[in-house]
Design a protein. Structure first.
Length: 224
């Protein structure tokens, strides 16, 4: 059996079987990958002997320890379910596009990222996020798969909220631009009504400031 400090590396490489839009793997396959001794010798034995078998107790104990690590890697379970079209049993499932939690050494690399490169990296992450949301929404709808339904609803809500925020930002930018346009138009109209002076005199600048301030105050409430 592998030591516990090697479990995460093995679990991170595990792949299951795609069934009804989700990836599924049995608990037995996980324990076998970790090198936990199997219990094939228990087949056909009385129930009392099976429950008292040391090998079964070891697999049960290791199975409980592995559960939290599987969840950290993006799996959900353990639970009894259909593992594929022909088998049922206890195991774990996840959305095929789900990624495991970031390992500690990777997190350290992210914290050391150059601040000047953050805008480009943020744009890359946003593009990847949109691509994964699109993949989830394009998965075939299975009304009997609660996990897949939750994933599709969550992805849909995230996309809608992002679009609403983008629309709100565009509306604010447009409203601000309209206010400035109206302000400039009013200043030009007021200039035409003022007496003409030399272009080099300070009077023109003083008039512009005196005219712009009350006009600005009169325009700003209309932009709310």
């Amino acid at each position: 059996m592998l030591p516990p400090d090697q479990w995460d590396e093995v679990i991170n490489r595990l792949t299951g079987t795609l069934y009804r839009g989700t990836e599924r793997i049995s608990s037995a396959a996980i324990l076998n990958a970790l090198g936990v001794p199997p219990c094939e010798h228990l087949t056909g034995l009385p129930r009392g002997e099976i429950l008292n078998d040391p090998a079964l107790k070891v697999r049960t104990r290791i199975g409980k320890l592995v559960a939290s690590r599987m969840r950290n890697m993006g799996w959900t379970g353990p639970k009894v379910m259909r593992l594929d079209a022909n088998r049922s049993g206890q195991g774990y499932w996840r959305i095929p596009s789900a990624f495991p939690r970031v390992a500690p050494e990777v997190a350290d690399d992210l914290r050391d990222t150059d601040a000047d490169a953050l805008p480009e990296q943020l744009e890359t992450v946003c593009r990847l996020g949109l691509r994964e949301i699109r993949r989830i929404l394009r998965l075939p709808l299975d009304e009997g798969n609660a996990g897949l339904l939750r994933a599709k609803v969550t992805a849909g809500v995230a996309a809608i909220n992002a679009q609403l925020r983008a629309d709100e930002s565009r509306m604010r930018t447009r409203a601000t631009s309209d206010v400035l346009d109206r302000l400039e138009k009013l200043i030009r109209e007021q200039r035409k009504l003022l007496p003409q002076r030399d272009a080099g005199s300070t009077f023109a600048g003083e008039v512009d400031a005196a005219v712009a301030e009350p006009i600005k105050q009169s325009v700003e409430p209309n932009s709310a």
